[in-house]
Design a binder for this molecule. Sequence first.
Ligand SMILES: CC(C)(COP(=O)(O)OP(=O)(O)OC[C@H]1O[C@@H](n2cnc3c(N)ncnc32)[C@H](O)[C@@H]1OP(=O)(O)O)[C@@H](O)C(=O)NCCC(=O)NCCS
Length: 173
Amino acid sequence: MQIRPAEFTDHGSIDILLKTAFSGPDEARLVVSLRAAQADALELVAEADGVVQGMVLFSPVTLKPDLGEAIFGLGLAPLAVLPAVQNRGIGGALVEAGLGFMRPLGAPFCVLLGDPAYYRRFGFQPARAQNLHWDNDLNDQHGDAFQYLSLAPEKIGSLSGVASYHAAFSALE
Ligand SMILES: CC(C)(COP(=O)(O)OP(=O)(O)OC[C@H]1O[C@@H](n2cnc3c(N)ncnc32)[C@H](O)[C@@H]1OP(=O)(O)O)[C@@H](O)C(=O)NCCC(=O)NCCS
């Protein structure tokens, strides 16, 4: 299996992958919107035998801390693996590759909305525990699902405040 940046010629396969892995078309539409807005900071695919088996996309997130200026980081969404090849480490490899690419570029943090049972293995922790909230869910109705990872813990540890995804996400809400 090879993990590499997504290319224009992958877009059709990614569309089918997203519509297969998720129950509806929302995530496929989100990816198209993020690309159109040039908010696809990093889009990776996992390919084996010429078939796109998984994808992950990172987009910009603005974090307004309780004190001080806004800090710009990343949001991980969506992450998807073809159902036939799930539980073989492809999703994990995509997450690790994406975070590994972004860390040396100076991205300070990554947030996501997902199952903590899956994402804690990569170091993500519930954001509400550090008083960090998603602007679409200020009362934390998603519980521990909104998660945070510092990508530069020696410079930036836990941050409190309010995080906002790119406007393309508002169509999902
Ligand atoms: C979530 C997803 C990307 C994981 O990819 P994957 O390649 O199957 O996962 P990996 O092989 O890297 O990891 C497998 C492990 O994750 C666990 N896992 C997979 N999906 C999980 C989920 N939704 N919640 C909790 N744990 C999950 C498996 O039980 C397995 O655990 P183990 O290592 O203890 O045996 C994939 O299942 C998928 O595409 N699901 C549908 C789309 C989706 O829900 N995307 C995530 C949105 S936040």
